[in-house]
Design a protein around this ligand. Structure first.
Ligand code: HEC
Length: 100
């Protein structure tokens, strides 16, 4: 039946579109770029490096966004320097680090 085939095709197109939207919402190119240029030299490209015996790697640690923002604003004693940046850039960065 042509009608059935058409509606199935349409359904697949709609579902594909939804999946693409979800993908776009999750990726965060600004956060990724800032992380790679300003944080990855110490923390590793994917945040995988463990820098201190009493702190886990950023990757998988799921620190709260506010805590990450604070670490960047204030630095983390004794070895992480503060990194000044625009508030909206910091928000993208912190959300990116949170989901690593
Ligand atoms: C010069 C190296 C260096 C750079 C650059 C750096 N960090 Fe760090 N970071 C550290 C070290 C080292 C620690 C662990 C603190 C310590 O024990 O000295 C740390 C700790 C952290 C923590 C854990 C804070 C907590 O509350 O447990 C977060 C989050 C973090 N860094 C995020 C970032 C982000 C985001 C950037 C990029 C803006 C960044 N860091 C850049 C070295 C660095």
């Amino acid at each position: 039946m042509l009608w059935k085939r058409l509606s199935l095709g349409l359904l697949l197109i709609v579902l594909g579109g939804l999946a693409a939207c979800k993908e776009a919402a999750v990726s965060n190119p600004v956060g990724e770029r800032v992380f790679r240029t300003r944080c990855a030299s110490c923390h590793g490209r994917e945040g995988e490096k463990v820098l201190s015996p009493d702190r886990p790697a950023l990757q998988g640690s799921r620190l709260p966004v506010e805590r990450i923002k604070n670490a960047v604003r204030e630095g983390v004693p004794p070895r992480m320097p503060k990194t000044p940046m625009e508030e909206d850039t910091l928000q993208f960065l912190a959300e990116y680090v949170h989901q690593l």
